[in-house]
Design a protein around this ligand. Structure first.
Ligand SMILES: *[C@@H]1O[C@H](CO)[C@@H](O)[C@H](O)[C@H]1NC(C)=O
Ligand SMILES: *[C@@H]1O[C@H](CO)[C@@H](O)[C@H](O)[C@H]1NC(C)=O
Ligand SMILES: *[C@@H]1O[C@H](CO)[C@@H](O)[C@H](O)[C@H]1NC(C)=O
Ligand SMILES: *[C@@H]1O[C@H](CO)[C@@H](O)[C@H](O)[C@H]1NC(C)=O
Ligand SMILES: *[C@@H]1O[C@H](CO)[C@@H](O)[C@H](O)[C@H]1NC(C)=O
Ligand SMILES: *[C@@H]1O[C@H](CO)[C@@H](O)[C@H](O)[C@H]1NC(C)=O
Ligand SMILES: *[C@@H]1O[C@H](CO)[C@@H](O)[C@H](O)[C@H]1NC(C)=O
Ligand SMILES: *[C@@H]1O[C@H](CO)[C@@H](O)[C@H](O)[C@H]1NC(C)=O
Ligand SMILES: *[C@@H]1O[C@H](CO)[C@@H](O)[C@H](O)[C@H]1NC(C)=O
Ligand SMILES: *[C@@H]1O[C@H](CO)[C@@H](O)[C@H](O)[C@H]1NC(C)=O
Length: 872
C-alpha cells in the first residue's frame, strides 16, 4: 500500500525529468470520528514537535487545541485502532522570495536535529515522509533493540543532513527491516562505502532512490546483489566511474533502472541479461560506448529507453526496428551512431510520445510523405539532415520541439513558423537559418533560439510567451518588438535574453507595459543612447545586464523602482555621473566596470549587505575606499564562497563535452539556473587614493581583490592573512610601500599575485607560497630584493654564493614591460584555470550545485575573467 509501483509514475516523463519536482504536501486529515488518538502516540508526536525547528508553523495544528492527534496536519491514523500509521510532512517547493534572497536555504521548512529513530517508537507507523525539509543532523539510535514497522521512508533532499557516524544506512537497514520504499536522494552518502551491502539486507525493498548522493562505488566486481524484491533502482547523478556492474543485470524482478548522470564507461553486455520485467532503462549522460546490443529489442515490457549523451557507436536501425511496441519514450541523441534512420525503423512504435534522435554521422532518410503511427509530445533532433524530416508537420500534439545543429534547411520557413505556434516550447540551437525573422510572430510559452544567424528585427511575440531567448544571433533592431501593440497589455514575458546580437540604435522608451519581466540581458550589442526612463516600470526585475554596448548618460533614477534587482551589470559602456548608490540594498552583483563614472565611491555601498561582486574598475573614481566595508556581511563569512544566483531559463548546458537539454522544473519547461562566481572586489584603474582601510581585511570570504592602477599608498598590514580565501590579489601600479608582510606567505589559496610597480622594499618573505610566484609578481619595486627577484638583498650579499652572483648579471631587466605583460596574461591563464578547478573541487563536494555549475559555465567565464590591461 505504501509503495508506488513504477506504473504510477506518469510514463510520459519517466526518464526525462529530474527529481527536483516534489509533490507538495497535501493536508490530510483522518476520519472525523469522535475518538481521541492514542495517548502514547500523541506524546511521541509532541516530543518530535519540540525537537524540531518549525519557522513557518507547519506543525501549528499539533497542539492541545485539537484533541485528536489523528487530525493534526500530516498525521494519518488507522480508522479503527486510531493508532498513528502515517506521517506526511514533506516541505513545499522553493518559494519565490527565497529564490531571490536566500542562497539555497529553505527557511520555511522543518529544520534542526532529526530524531527519526524515536519516531519509530510509534508502534504502528508504517509511512514517514519528511522529504525536502532542511534537517541538519540525524540522531543516531542507541537502542538497537526493536524493529520498526516502517514500510515507506522518504528523507530525500534534506541536503544538509549529516550523519556523523556514517552508519545511517546500516541503522536504517537494521531497524527498518520491513522497508519497501526508501528515498535518501540528495543526502551526502559519500562516506557510506558499504551502502550496497547494507541495503541488500532489506529483503522486502521494492523501491530504492539514491539520486544525488555522491556515492562512490557501484561495486563493479559484484556478480550478485541480493535484492530479492527490488523493482525500482534509481542511482542517477552519483560518482560511479566504473563499468556497469554485473549484479545489475541479475536483478530479475527489476522494472526501473536509472543510472543516468554518472561516469560509467564500457559496453552494455552483449548477451541477454535476466531483465525480464524491465520497463525503464535510463543511462543518459555517461561515457558508455560500443554498439547497442540486440537484446534491447527483446525486452518486451520496455516503455522507456534513454541512452542519450554517451559514446555508443554503430548502426541503430535493426535495434530500433525490434524495440518493444510498448515504447513511449526513446532517447538516442548525442551518441556516435552511424548509418541511416528512416520510417522503416519506426513502424512498430505507435505509442511513442517522446523521441530524441540524431548524431553527427547519422543520416536522416525519411520519406517526405511518411505519416507516422505515433503522435509525439516531445521531439529532440540533433544534426537532422541532409533532409529535414517533414513528418514533424504531422505531429499535431507536439508540445516541445528541440532542433540542434541542423544540417538541413528548414524551408519553406513559412510552414515551419506556422507549425511552431502550436508548441509550448520551441528550442532551436545552432541551426544556420540565415533568415530575416522580423515578420515572424512567436507564440509559444518558452522560446530559446540561440545561434541561428537570424537577422532583421526582433520578432514580435504573443501574450502567451513567457521566456524568450534569442542570444547569439544577428538581430539588429529591438524597437518594433519593445513598442509593439498588444491587445491585452504586454502579456507575460518574464525573460528577455537578446545578448550577443547586432542590436543598434537606442533602447526605446517603451518598457511601460512589460511589467512582468524578471530578467533582461541585452549585453554585447551596439545599443546607444541612454537607458530609458521607463526601465522603472519593470518593478519585478531581478536581473539586468546591458554590458558591452555603447550606452551613455547617467543611470536613470527610475531604476530605484526595481526593488527586486539583485544582479546589475552595466560594464563596458560609457555611462557617466555618480555611482548609482541608491539602488536596492539587497543587490548581489554590482558590475559597473569600464565606464566613465566619476566622483567618490559612495558610502552607501556599505549597506549592500548581500553584495558578492563589486566591480567598479576602469572608471574615473577618485577619493578613498570607504572605511565601512566590513558591513558587507555577505563577504565576511568564511563560507560564503558558493554564491548562487538563480535565473529561470531554458537552455542547454555542457557536461563532459556533451550537450544536454536540462529540465529542472519550475514550470513545465522552465529551468532553474545558477550562476556561480568568485566573490570579488575590483576597483582597479581608477584614480583612487589613500590607504587601504583596515575594514577591507575583514572580508574573509573574498576570493579576488584588485586595487591595481590607482594611487593607493601605505603598507600592506599583517592582517592581510585574514583574507584566507583569497585566490587572486593584484595591488600593482600603486604607491604602496614598506615591506611585504611575512603573514602573506601563509595565504595558501593565492594563485595570482601581482605587487609589481610599487615602492615595496626589503626582502620578499620566504615561504613556499610567495616564492612560487615568478619575479614578475614583484618587478618595478626598485627597493625589493630576494628570490624570486634576482636582486640580492644587502644582508645576503656577504654569503659566499657564486650562483646568485652570476644570475644577478641580468639584474637590470626586471622591469621589462613586454615581459610583464605576457606574464600577466599567462598568470591570468593559470590563475583562471586553477580557480576554475578550485571551484569545481568545491562543487564536487557540494553535489547539489554541480549540475547547475555545469549549466552555467559560460556565465561563470564572464564573471571570472578579469580584464587584461598593460602594466606600469
Ligand atoms: C479509512 O477511512 C478512509 C477515509 O474515510 C477510507 O478511504 C478508507 O477506506 C478507510 N479504511 C478502512 C480500512 O476502513
Ligand atoms: C531489549 O528487549 C528485551 C526484551 O524486550 C529486554 O529484555 C532488554 O532489556 C532490551 N534491551 C535494551 C538494551 O533495551
Ligand atoms: C538473499 O536474501 C534472502 C532473504 O533475505 C535469504 O533468504 C537468502 O539466503 C539470501 N541469499 C544470499 C545469496 O545472500
Ligand atoms: C548472476 O548471479 C549468478 C550467481 O548467483 C552468477 O553466477 C551469474 O554470473 C550472474 N549473472 C550475471 C549476468 O552476472
Ligand atoms: C528482431 O525480431 C524478429 C522477430 O521478433 C526476430 O526474428 C529477430 O531475430 C530480431 N532481431 C534481432 C537482431 O534481435
Ligand atoms: C553547429 O552545427 C554544426 C553542424 O550543423 C556543427 O558542425 C558544429 O559543431 C555546431 N557548433 C556547435 C558550437 O555546436
Ligand atoms: C548569416 O546570414 C547571412 C545572411 O543574412 C549570411 O550572409 C551569412 O553567411 C550567414 N552566416 C553564417 C555563419 O551562416
Ligand atoms: C548579419 O546580418 C547582416 C545583414 O543584416 C549581414 O550583412 C552580416 O553578414 C551578418 N553577420 C553575420 C555574422 O552573419
Ligand atoms: C552598517 O550596518 C549597520 C547595520 O546594518 C547600519 O546601521 C550602518 O548604518 C551601516 N554603516 C554604514 C556606514 O553603512
Ligand atoms: C587624481 O586625484 C588627484 C587627487 O587625489 C587629483 O589631484 C588628480 O587631478 C586626479 N587625476 C585625474 C586624472 O583625475
Amino acid at each position: 500500500m505504501a509503495t508506488s509501483s513504477p506504473n504510477q509514475i506518469p510514463i510520459m516523463f519517466l526518464c526525462l525529468l529530474s527529481t527536483i519536482i516534489f509533490n507538495s504536501s497535501s493536508l490530510v486529515l483522518c476520519n472525523s470520528m469522535l475518538l481521541h488518538c492514542d495517548e502514547k502516540d500523541e506524546s511521541l508526536l509532541i516530543k518530535f514537535k519540540h525537537a524540531v525547528t518549525d519557522p513557518s508553523g507547519v506543525l501549528s495544528s499539533w497542539s492541545s487545541h485539537e484533541k485528536d492527534c489523528c487530525r493534526w496536519r500530516g498525521v494519518h491514523c488507522d480508522n479503527i485502532t486510531r493508532r498513528v500509521t502515517e506521517l506526511h510532512l514533506p516541505c513545499d517547493t522553493i518559494q519565490f522570495d527565497e529564490i531571490l534572497d536566500k542562497d539555497n536555504e529553505k527557511p520555511h521548512c522543518l529544520s534542526g536535529e532529526l530524531d527519526m529513530f524515536s519516531l519509530f517508537d510509534l508502534e504502528f507507523l508504517s509511512y514517514l515522509d519528511l522529504s525536502n525539509n532542511d534537517f541538519k543532523t540525524i540522531k543516531t539510535c542507541s537502542n538497537n533493540n526493536y524493529s520498526s514497522n516502517i514500510h515507506y521512508l522518504d528523507l530525500a533532499y534534506n541536503y544538509n543532513l549529516v550523519n556523523d557516524h556514517n552508519n545511517m544506512l546500516h541503522q536504517i537497514s537494521h531497524l527498518c527491516s520491513s522497508l519497501q520504499y526508501l528515498d535518501l536522494s540528495g543526502i551526502d552518502l559519500y562516506k557510506e562505502i558499504d551502502w550496497l551491502q547494507s541495503l541488500t539486507s532489506l529483503s522486502s525493498l521494492l523501491e530504492l532512490h539514491l539520486d544525488d548522493c555522491i556515492l562512490q562505488s557501484i561495486n563493479p566486481s559484484l556478480q550478485y546483489a541480493n535484492f530479492t524484491s527490488l523493482k525500482v533502482l534509481s542511482l542517477s547523478n552519483n560518482d560511479f566511474s566504473s563499468i556497469l556492474p554485473p549484479w545489475l543485470f541479475n536483478l530479475t524482478r527489476i522494472s526501473y533502472i536509472d543510472l543516468s548522470e554518472n561516469n560509467l564507461h564500457g559496453q552494455l553486455p552483449q548477451s541477454k541479461p535476466n531483465l525480464l520485467s524491465l520497463e525503464t532503462l535510463c543511462l543518459y549522460i555517461n561515457n558508455l560506448d560500443g554498439p547497442i546490443p540486440n537484446w534491447l529489442g527483446q525486452l518486451d515490457q520496455l516503455k522507456a529507453l534513454n541512452l542519450a549523451c554517451n559514446n555508443f557507436v554503430g548502426p541503430i536501425s535493426t535495434t530500433l526496428r525490434n524495440l518493444s511496441s510498448l515504447l513511449v519514450e526513446l532517447h538516442l541523441r548525442s551518441n556516435m551512431f552511424t548509418g541511416t534512420v528512416s520510417e522503416k525503423n519506426f513502424h512498430m512504435l505507435s505509442k511513442l510520445k517522446i523521441l530524441s534522435l540524431g548524431s553527427e554521422s547519422l543520416i536522416f532518410d525519411f520519406d517526405a510523405k511518411w505519416i507516422p503511427s505515433f503522435q509525439l509530445q516531445m521531439l529532440f533532433l540533433g544534426y537532422p539532415g541532409p533532409k529535414f524530416p517533414s513528418w514533424i508537420y504531422t505531429q499535431s500534439s507536439l508540445e516541445l520541439l528541440y532542433v540542434e545543429n541542423s544540417r538541413a534547411s528548414f524551408e519553406p520557413l513559412g510552414k515551419f513558423w506556422k507549425f511552431t505556434t502550436q508548441l509550448e516550447a520551441l528550442v532551436l540551437i545552432n541551426n544556420s537559418i540565415n533568415s530575416d525573422i522580423s515578420d515572424v510572430l512567436l507564440d509559444s510559452k518558452v522560446i530559446t533560439m540561440q545561434q541561428n544567424n537570424f537577422s532583421g528585427s526582433v520578432p514580435k511575440v504573443s501574450p502567451k510567451v513567457v521566456h524568450l531567448d534569442l542570444s547569439y544571433n544577428n538581430l539588429s533592431d529591438i524597437s518594433p518588438f519593445l513598442c509593439q501593440k498588444m491587445k491585452k497589455g504586454k502579456g507575460n514575458l518574464e525573460t528577455l535574453f537578446i545578448s550577443d546580437n547586432a542590436l543598434s540604435g537606442e533602447i526605446p522608451n517603451c518598457l511601460m507595459d512589460w511589467t512582468s519581466l524578471l530578467q533582461v540581458n541585452l549585453g554585447n550589442n551596439n545599443l546607444r543612447g541612454k537607458i530609458p526612463h521607463s526601465i522603472g516600470s519593470l518593478f519585478k526585475l531581478i536581473f539586468l545586464s546591458l554590458e558591452e554596448n555603447k550606452l551613455s548618460g547617467e543611470i536613470p533614477l527610475s531604476l530605484k523602482n526595481c526593488r527586486n534587482l539583485r544582479y546589475l551589470s552595466l560594464g563596458e559602456n560609457t555611462f557617466s555621473g555618480a555611482i548609482p548608490s541608491w539602488i536596492d540594498q539587497r543587490i548581489k552583483i554590482f558590475q559597473l566596470g569600464s565606464n566613465q563614472f566619476s566622483g567618490n565611491i559612495p558610502i552607501e555601498i556599505c549597506q549592500f549587505h548581500s553584495l558578492k561582486i563589486l566591480d567598479l574598475s576602469n572608471n574615473k573614481l577618485s577619493g578613498s575606499i570607504p572605511n565601512c566595508l566590513n558591513n558587507l556581511t555577505s563577504l565576511i563569512s568564511p563560507h560564503a564562497s558558493m554564491d548562487v544566483f538563480k535565473v529561470l531559463s531554458l537552455t542547454k548546458y555542457t557536461k563532459r563535452g556533451f550537450t544536454y537539454l536540462y529540465f529542472r522544473v519550475v514550470t513545465k519547461y522552465m529551468v532553474l539556473h545558477f550562476v556561480h562566481s568568485m566573490l570579488l572586489i575590483d576597483l582597479s584603474s581608477n584614480n583612487l587614493s589613500g590607504t587601504i582601510p583596515s575594514e577591507l581585511f575583514m572580508l574573509v570570504g573574498l576570493q579576488s581583490l584588485n586595487l591595481s592602477h590607482n594611487q593607493f599608498m601605505g603598507s600592506i598590514p599583517q592582517d592581510i592573512e585574514n583574507l584566507a580565501a583569497l585566490e587572486s590579489l593584484d595591488l600593482s601600479s600603486n604607491l604602496f610601500s614598506g615591506q611585504i608582510p611575512q603573514s602573506m606567505s601563509g595565504m595558501s589559496f593565492l594563485e595570482v599575485l601581482n605587487l609589481s610597480c610599487n615602492n615595496f622594499e626589503g626582502k620578499i618573505p620566504s615561504g613556499t607560497q610567495l616564492q612560487s610566484f615568478t619575479n614578475l609578481s614583484y618587478v618595478g619595486n626598485p627597493k625589493l630584493c630576494g628570490p624570486p627577484l634576482s636582486r640580492i638583498c644587502p644582508q645576503d650579499k656577504k654569503l659566499p654564493n657564486g650562483e646568485q652572483r652570476t644570475e644577478a648579471d641580468g639584474d637590470g631587466d626586471d622591469d621589462d614591460n613586454s615581459e610583464v605583460h605576457s606574464w600577466f596574461l599567462m598568470g591570468l591563464g593559470i590563475g583562471f584555470a586553477t580557480s576554475f578547478w578550485g571551484v569545481l573541487g568545491v562543487i564536487l563536494f557540494n553535489r547539489r550545485f554541480r549540475d547547475a555549475y555545469f549549466r552555467y559555465l559560460d556565465e561563470f567565464h564572464d564573471i571570472v575573467i578579469h580584464k587584461v590591461k598593460p602594466i606600469c
